[in-house]
Design a protein. Structure first.
Length: 118
């Protein structure tokens, strides 16, 4: 099985999250999270339209089917899964958002390592 396309998407996703983290770390940690502020300043946010994995695997008829992140940590929108995206999306303040986004990056790195070692 050729996993190169998935590995590339995961790498792009890690880079996407790192860019957002770099921006988020510059925000006042006690200020309210405003995704539109991030989007206006860096042109991306943490929702599906900006995520390389979501753009590939998110479908109306079968949401997140075969997404490597979802396969390992559960679906992003499942608050009972171990996927950190749920915590990112619920963060009220930038400090919380940064902490959750750091976990998200680590989860993506785990998925990358697991696929690379298959």
């Amino acid at each position: 099985m050729n996993l190169q396309p998935e590995l590339g998407l995961i790498k792009e996703s890690i880079e996407h999250w790192i860019r957002m983290l770099e921006w988020g770390r510059k925000q006042n940690p006690s200020r309210t999270v405003l995704r539109f502020q991030m989007e206006a300043e860096i042109g991306e946010n943490w929702y599906a339209g900006s995520c390389p994995l979501c753009r590939r695997f998110r479908r109306l008829d079968a949401p997140c089917k075969k997404c490597p992140l979802g396969d390992v940590f559960g679906k992003c929108d499942d608050s009972l899964s171990m996927n950190a995206w749920s915590d990112v999306s619920k963060a009220r303040y930038w400090g919380e958002w940064v902490e959750s986004a750091e976990v998200m990056v680590e989860q993506l790195k785990v998925v990358f390592k697991l696929l690379r070692n298959k």
